[in-house]
Design a protein around this ligand. Structure first.
Ligand code: AVJ
Length: 320
């Protein structure tokens, strides 16, 4: 069975407008910043997949361990008819859930939502082939904006894996959880993956690997700006920086200018001082009590919290 045609909530020109807005806002701010969502063009999505296989990058493996152990329980507890995945990417770990639901029976529809058309095309076709009988409705959309359009019909389980919620700033996170809750009905479910607070000596190398893949991933955002906006960044003139903020308990990725330079982008002329840093990502790490408090604050009831045996990564199941 083939996947249904992708449903486009986000047109090319919305994306373009969003990119221009973010670039104008972030590059005229002090300190300069860019939102992480612009990493993920086809090359960026590939680099991210490569990151997930690095020895230092523990979150993907740790989350997979949790899902391997708990997928059957999640399928049983939720009894979902519709599985909606936000920021689905390749949906590789979601297959563990799809397998469990297939064994249990009752899941009718899988709805992956992502901004990356290329990632969605691949994943929807592959999943539709591998799970015959499952309706696969891929949605091109932004998980911070399109939660009011979540498909209805039967008990729903929304999954947000990989620790991607950590890429939102605290206020954005609260808004995201509230919007997700507003898009659900009492009795629906949310499954959320969160990287946990741990020794910075474990966290920092995960964002600054020896092979330099994360550095390339980080610089890729400049290549996106060059291609999409005709900017003239020299990606090689920026060093990759991964920094642990102990107070806010998050990793920041930055790009540090090796020398003073002037970059043209849009109608802007953006000056970098030697050593000046551009923030490209925040990746927050969580404590179990904090996760539960944020979920409760948004109108969810946290029902289960699981971790891998090493306690690296958490998966929380909450009821709307
Ligand atoms: C998208 C949340 C899975 O923050 O760990 C990986 C993205 N950035 N290496 C993360 C990322 C640098 C990642 N997630």
């Amino acid at each position: 069975m083939n996947a249904e045609p992708l449903e486009i909530y986000l047109e090319e020109r919305d994306l373009d407008r969003g990119l221009r807005h973010d670039v104008r806002t972030g590059l005229t701010a002090s300190p300069k910043w860019l939102p992480p969502k612009w990493f993920y063009d086809a090359r960026g999505s590939e680099l991210f997949e490569e990151i997930t296989r690095l020895p230092e990058y523990y979150p993907t493996r740790a989350e997979r361990t949790v899902l391997q152990r708990r997928a059957a329980e999640i399928a049983g507890l939720t009894g979902a008819k519709t599985l909606i995945e936000l920021g689905s990417g390749s949906s590789e770990k979601t297959r563990l859930l799809l397998d469990a639901f297939t064994r249990r029976g009752g899941l009718g529809t899988f709805v992956p939502l992502d901004v990356s058309v290329s990632a969605l095309r691949q994943s929807t076709e592959q999943i539709a082939t591998d799970y015959p009988g499952l309706r696969v409705r891929g949605i091109v959309g932004d998980f911070t904006r399109h939660l009011d359009r979540m498909p209805t019909g039967g008990r729903r389980l929304v999954v947000f894996l990989g620790g991607t919620i950590g890429n939102l700033l605290p206020a954005e996170r609260a808004a995201f959880l509230a919007a997700t809750r507003a898009g659900l009905e009492a009795g629906d479910w949310l499954l959320i993956g969160t990287d946990l607070v741990k020794d910075p000596q474990v966290v920092v190398p995960a964002y600054d690997d020896a092979a330099g893949v994360t550095a390339e991933f980080n610089r890729n955002v400049l290549r996106v700006l060059n291609r999409e906006l005709g900017a003239d960044f020299e990606p090689e003139a920026f060093d990759h920086v991964a920094l642990w903020d102990a107070e806010r308990e998050w990793i920041e990725m930055r790009l540090r200018a090796r020398r003073a330079m002037r970059v043209r982008v849009l109608d802007l002329s953006v000056d970098f001082a030697a050593g000046e840093e551009l923030r490209t990502e925040v990746s927050a790490k969580f404590r179990p009590a904090g996760i539960a408090a944020e979920l409760t604050g948004a109108g969810f009831a946290a029902e289960q919290h699981w971790t891998d045996p090493e306690g690296l990564f958490g998966v929380t199941l909450a009821r709307a």
